[in-house]
Design a protein around this ligand. Structure first.
Ligand SMILES: Nc1ncnc2c1ncn2[C@@H]1O[C@H](COP(=O)(O)OP(=O)(O)O)[C@@H](O)[C@H]1O
Ligand SMILES: [Mg+2]
Length: 338
């Protein structure tokens, strides 16, 4: 579409109160300015569209309607990626200061990428997120998308890996071709499916080829996005993969202080008894992840709400915690028995 047509579409969508279409056309216009190297204009328009203090349109977790068709697996027709705009705040991500600083730096570099470019420097573009499940790796990508007001593209590895192995490589190519055409926060979530140690003798030769392909595409990636790759099994990745990233963020299980903050955050919606003592709960929740703590807090609040009490008691918390620990024990023993 040319500029006049875009502006016409913009007015039409405004008139019919179709915010999603309005947002989508506005983005296309901005992308057009970028392609024409009108960087400053594009920046100002982006600010006008996204700035929360202005009259920008905001979407909370709505599917982002895009102008280019989403790439699909040609065999089964599944979409290979998903695009969403998130809205959340940095404070909600409870991580240690080290990690916070690393993340802060990534965001700042991206915001100042133009200035960095004048010195021939590039912002941190490819980031590896690793650590145990439920520690906030996927959530981090949502937060970065929110903070920068840029939609998150999540790559679905279940659909990328085709039973037709030649198709897998072609799917990856389609994904990279797509993301190279826009500005996104990109998340290759649980990418170890394709990033597993390339020397593993159990790996089929074709899969190895795909991994090499992925690494090459990562190396050659030159788009204006931030690429995150998340894994729960970083020890499975071979050193060649580590070297490809500009930064590695490691998500540890939360210490006492961080767990306390997590309980505070996830118990916030409900009033609490005055005699609640979190210390006891913190001791017993050693080794639990933020996602586990969220689950326990929600379970405890539900016990109280269903019971028509208007405040949370120590007993609610203990019941929820013990129920969780029992379940964990069962899960681990079942796994060991396998
Ligand atoms: N560090 C954290 N701070 C706050 N909430 C968290 C954190 N980590 C996980 N959560 C909560 O648990 C959910 C699942 O975590 P997720 O990011 O999917 O874990 P991972 O990707 O590391 O396995 C998140 O959506 C969030 O609600
Ligand atoms: Mg995850």
């Amino acid at each position: 579409m040319n500029a006049n047509e875009l502006i016409k579409q913009l007015l039409l969508s405004f008139n019919s109160n179709d915010k999603e279409a309005f947002f989508s056309v506005a983005r296309e216009y901005i992308e057009r300015e970028k392609r024409m190297k009108h960087t400053q204009v594009a920046k100002e328009l982006e600010k006008a569209l996204f700035d929360r203090n202005g009259n920008g349109i905001s979407f909370s977790e709505r599917r982002f309607k895009n102008t280019l068709p989403i790439p699909r697996d040609s065999e089964k027709g599944f979409p290979l990626l998903e695009i969403k705009q998130y809205e959340d705040s940095f404070e909600n991500l409870i991580i240690n200061d080290n990690l916070k600083n690393q993340l802060d730096q990534i965001i700042k570099e991206f915001k100042d990428s133009d200035i960095l470019a004048t010195y021939n420097l590039c912002y941190k573009k490819k980031i590896l997120l690793c650590g145990k499940p439920g520690t906030g790796k996927t959530y981090t990508a949502h937060i970065v998308s929110s903070l920068l007001n840029i939609p998150l593209v999540s790559i679905r590895f279940d659909s990328i890996i085709s039973s037709y192995l030649g198709e897998t490589a072609s799917n990856l190519r389609k994904v990279f071709d797509y993301i190279e055409q826009g500005t996104w926060i990109v998340l290759f979530d649980e990418f170890d499916i394709i990033g597993k140690n390339r020397d593993d003798i159990h790996e089929h030769g074709e899969i190895k080829r795909v991994v090499n392909n992925f690494l090459q595409m990562l190396d050659n990636f030159n788009g204006a996005s931030i690429l995150f790759a998340a894994t729960n099994h970083q020890y499975l990745l071979d050193p060649a993969i580590w070297r490809r990233f500009d930064d590695v963020l490691f998500y540890d299980l939360p210490d006492d202080e961080t767990r306390s903050k997590l309980f505070e955050r996830y118990l916030k919606p409900l009033k609490r008894d005055q005699n609640i003592n979190l210390k006891d709960i913190l001791e017993k929740s050693d080794q639990l992840s933020p996602a586990d703590i969220k689950m326990i807090a929600e379970e405890a609040m539900k016990l109280s709400i269903i019971d028509s009490r208007n405040s949370l008691t120590q007993k609610d918390l203990i019941i929820a915690l013990e129920k969780f620990l029992k379940r964990e024990k069962l899960r681990i023993s079942t796994k060991e028995a396998e």
